[in-house]
Design a protein around this ligand. Structure first.
Ligand code: DX5
Ligand code: ZN
Length: 240
């Protein structure tokens, strides 16, 4: 301990780490092996994840189809971690009741996929779930200005939705910064989460921009040591 204090490099390092914001982590099961879901959910839990992210794709809002409420409800038997349900579907208002019943904690829908977003936020809250709004990369923050005070999470897509394993689009960082600034100015309490292309190389820019939660699919399931990936995403990479 005395050595650590006497060592200026360690002192600098400890100071730096103290200032670094910790992020919550949400592995996305999109990149999991669906033939071994019990093992994959157990891996997420053992690795210290905060939430589990589920990508619901309908083949219309995005080209692919993934899984529905039955899958979510079956996974609910395997974990008590918060379920972050990302609805990449058109007309999400037709599905929120079913996904609420399936065991969701967060229900996130896309502002581009429905008209009455304020009503749908109220509906999700009435169902006892936490409502979130997501923006595709080309949608500006101004599209959701009127509802920022009534939503609990903004999911900023940092890739075009529909596929895992894409590269983060750097211009998403400006939206994270803008959302963080509005939150500070107005005293809003929404969480800012970021989804797409998050890995050990991109996470620092997202952390610096003001994010609170990072979703990671391929960076988590594609690594030999997923627990260490989550640690890096949460705390930052050790410099020494
Ligand atoms: C993309 C999904 C993401 C996806 C992220 O449309 O919303 O949640 O799983 O995958 P990676 O982390 O591989 O970019
Ligand atoms: Zn997602």
């Amino acid at each position: 301990m005395a050595y650590e204090i006497a060592n200026p490099l360690n002192f600098w390092y400890n100071q730096g780490m103290a200032e670094k914001k910790k992020l919550m982590t949400a592995p996305s099961v999109l990149a999991a092996d669906f033939s071994h879901m019990a093992e994959e959910i157990s891996l997420i839990e053992r690795s210290g994840a905060d939430w589990i992210h589920f990508d619901i794709m309908d083949g219309s809002f995005v080209p692919q189809i993934t899984f529905g409420h039955k899958f979510v409800s079956d996974m609910r038997q395997l974990s008590s971690l918060p379920f972050d349900i990302h609805l990449m579907v058109n007309h999400p208002e037709t599905m929120v009741d079913t996904f609420a019943e399936a065991g969701s904690d967060w229900i996130i829908f896309h502002v581009e996929a429905t008209v009455h977003i304020h009503r749908l936020i109220q509906r999700i809250r009435l169902l006892g779930k936490k409502p979130g709004i997501s923006l595709v990369p080309s949608t500006p923050v101004s599209a959701i200005t009127p509802i920022l005070s009534v939503v609990d999470q903004i999911l900023v897509m940092s890739v075009n939705p529909g596929f895992g394993g894409q590269q983060m689009l750097d211009f998403s960082l400006d939206k994270i910064k803008e959302l963080d600034q509005i939150r500070r100015e107005k005293g809003y309490t929404y969480l800012i989460s970021v989804d797409g292309g998050i890995n050990r190389h991109t996470v620092e820019s997202v952390r610096a921009a003001g994010a609170d939660v990072v979703v990671a699919g391929s960076a988590f399931f594609g690594d030999k040591d997923p627990a260490s990936v989550l640690k890096i995403l949460r705390d930052g990479e050790e410099l020494l």
